[in-house]
Ligand binder design. Structure first.
Ligand SMILES: [Zn+2]
Length: 120
């Protein structure tokens, strides 16, 4: 996804200024005031459509970040589970500790929490 904004350190401490990037001007980054006063309708519409698409997800930024991190495959952990009489340890999800391995096939994702599993 191509970003519409960039956070720019403006030297005012903790506050980074959010600027809007003009795709037709690689050197161009404009403040919200500049966009409101001088931006084209198309630029304002692109910003509004991006915000609406995000809001349509119904998710918070933290939830989006959590989903993004679950897409990065993580190796399973292995544990001996006493009630399972298998000789070998059972693969479990590194996040929620749910079982991710079936006898017939390896799951690409944890069925309990959605974490991507790296079987390499
Ligand atoms: Zn899980």
């Amino acid at each position: 996804m191509k970003r519409l904004t960039a956070r720019i350190d403006n030297g005012l401490g903790d506050y980074d200024e959010i600027c809007f990037i003009n795709p037709n001007d690689p050197e161009g980054a404009y403040s919200l005031d500049d966009i409101v006063r001088h931006g084209s309708y198309e630029t304002k519409l692109a910003i509004a459509e991006r915000l609406a698409a995000y809001e349509d997800t119904g998710l918070t930024p933290e939830q989006v970040q959590e989903l993004k991190e679950k897409q990065i495959p993580k190796p399973p952990e292995y544990e001996y589970i006493p009630q399972y009489k298998y000789a070998s340890p059972t693969a479990i999800c590194p996040i929620c500790k749910g079982i991710v391995e079936s006898p017939l096939m390896n799951d690409d994702y944890c069925r309990d929490c959605g974490q991507a599993i790296d079987w390499e």
